[in-house]
Design a protein around this ligand. Structure first.
Ligand code: KIV
Ligand code: NA
Length: 267
């Protein structure tokens, strides 16, 4: 029998074999990646990938719950972590708890993730003390695009690096079981990882982290444009194009449906 990995399992992987993770938004891809990843993230990047939004800011709690349910149905082994979307947690620890509890009750997922550093530490502690495993997210935090002035790599200056480091310390001290470190320069990722007692999950943050995450559609080659930190392991966009072109041609030539795909009366 297989049991799902838990936040505690992931916490225990600090400094060990690197933690493997990817995003997942729907049942079939979740079932394919389930045996390869330690956890899968139902990320609010689904706003861009599934809905064509420009940023993650418009993503709602209902959107996260719907996709979280699909991913839980499609997987059975990996821990499933669901993002708290913009506007569902920042206002107060109580608001964050209500949102996190809804996600956990309605999806059955094992943890939630929230963006933010020192200013969110009190909220992280409030949730953890009340039974919600929290993954942090520091460095480049896409929900803050409107105050950061764009998707910018963090920690290039000493001042910026010190701020991210303080954020990471605060989130770890508040009881997060792990944290995503996004879009930071390599020496900073190395320093954070050496310093915090919980696993760091890097995205655009070098191999110094305790694990890695990528957006599945980005690494599969399905997303039209990807940032420098993405490696494309597949060419799914091209494969879809070829397949659809072949289908269109066969329909127009009446060679599809052929004999194999047609029903005939009993004789
Ligand atoms: O929403 C997302 O996909 C994420 C990861 C890339 C860390 O937050
Ligand atoms: Na996210």
């Amino acid at each position: 029998t297989t049991r799902r990995l838990t936040a505690i399992d992931i916490r225990g992987r600090k400094g060990g074999e690197p933690i493997v993770s990817l995003t997942a938004y729907h049942a079939h891809t979740a079932s394919i990646i389930d045996r390869f990843v330690d956890f899968m993230l139902v990320g609010d990047s689904l706003g861009m990938v599934m809905h064509g939004l420009e940023t993650t800011v418009p993503v709602t709690l209902d959107m996260m719950i719907l996709q979280g349910q699909a991913v839980m149905r499609g997987s059975k082994r990996a821990l499933v972590v669901v993002d708290l979307p913009f506007g569902s947690y920042e206002e107060s620890p109580a608001a964050a708890f209500r949102s996190a509890a809804r996600i956990m009750k309605e999806t059955g997922c094992g943890a939630v993730k929230m963006e933010g550093g020192r200013h969110m530490a009190e909220t992280v502690r409030f949730l953890v003390e009340r039974g919600v495993p929290v993954m942090g997210h520091v460095g480049l935090t896409p929900q803050s695009i409107n105050t950061m002035g764009g998707f910018k790599v963090q920690g290039r200056s000493e001042e910026s690096a010190a701020a991210v480091l303080a954020d990471a310390d605060a989130i770890a001290a508040a009881g997060a079981f792990s944290m995503v470190v996004e879009g930071v320069v390599e020496p900073l990722a190395r320093e954070i990882t050496a310093r915090v007692p919980i696993p760091t999950i890097g995205i655009g943050a070098s191999s110094a982290c305790d694990g890695q995450i990528l957006v599945l559609e980005d690494m599969l080659g399905l997303s039209p444009r990807v940032p420098k930190f993405v490696k494309r392991y597949g060419a799914l966009g091209a494969l879809i194009e070829e397949s659809v072109a072949a289908y269109a041609e066969e329909v127009r030539a009446r060679s599809f449906p052929g004999e194999d795909n047609v029903y005939q009366p009993k004789r």
